[in-house]
Ligand binder design. Structure first.
Ligand code: ZN
Ligand code: ZN
Length: 105
């Protein structure tokens, strides 16, 4: 029980030290296992993580200032699956990861 309490305190400190705008990505910040909402006895632990392949979502002017070239904004979906250690209820959490690619000469 003591571990759970210190875990919660850590989460609150983390949330208060970052700006609200960075929470926009689905609020998917989970620093430690949380208690199962169904049975209230087990912990939700991560069982698997799935990453989709990258796909293009848009273009921006080249960030290295190469004239007449655009960089591609790529995104992939990351799905994290959690399972309760007691009742084995499954739960998944999806968020995005984005990167800018210089896929031009
Ligand atoms: Zn570029
Ligand atoms: Zn449970």
């Amino acid at each position: 029980m003591k571990r759970v309490i210190s875990c919660l305190v850590g989460t609150i400190l983390l949330l208060s030290s970052i700006s609200f705008s960075s929470l926009a990505t689905n609020g998917g910040i989970q620093t430690c296992a949380s208690l199962c909402g169904d049975c209230n006895r087990g912990e939700m632990v991560q069982t698997s993580i799935e990453r989709s392949s990258w796909y293009s979502v848009g273009y921006i002017p080249c960030s290295y200032n190469k004239p007449n070239y655009n960089d591609t904004i790529k995104r992939r979906t990351i799905t994290t699956v959690y399972e309760c250690t007691y009742c084995h209820r499954g739960e998944s959490n999806t968020h995005y990861e984005e990167e800018v690619v210089h896929d031009h000469p």
